[in-house]
Design a protein around this ligand. Structure first.
Ligand SMILES: [Zn+2]
Length: 83
């Protein structure tokens, strides 16, 4: 029985994923039919945890970059360390 995959992101996030997929899809097709799906398409149709992980990291990426490269005094107060 096939697992049901649920998109838990926004429409904007779905469009960004589709754009990335179009740029990196390596499915093999013959006469308009897919004969060998690429790894990305297999993931999107079988791995709920991976899809949720992609969303989580997309949402965390800006925060992680900020924490890594901005000086502590420029970070939002929520990230400040109490002394
Ligand atoms: Zn593909």
């Amino acid at each position: 029985m096939a697992r049901r995959i649920t998109w838990n992101g926004t429409t904007e996030e779905a469009l960004a994923l589709l754009q990335a997929l179009q740029a990196h899809c390596e499915c093999r097709s013959d006469a308009g039919r897919t004969v060998a799906p690429c790894a990305v398409h297999v993931m999107l149709t079988h791995d709920q945890r991976a899809i949720d992980g992609l969303l989580f990291m997309r949402r965390m990426a800006a925060r992680l970059v900020t924490e890594e490269f901005e000086p502590a005094e420029k970070r939002p107060a929520a990230n400040a360390v109490a002394v």
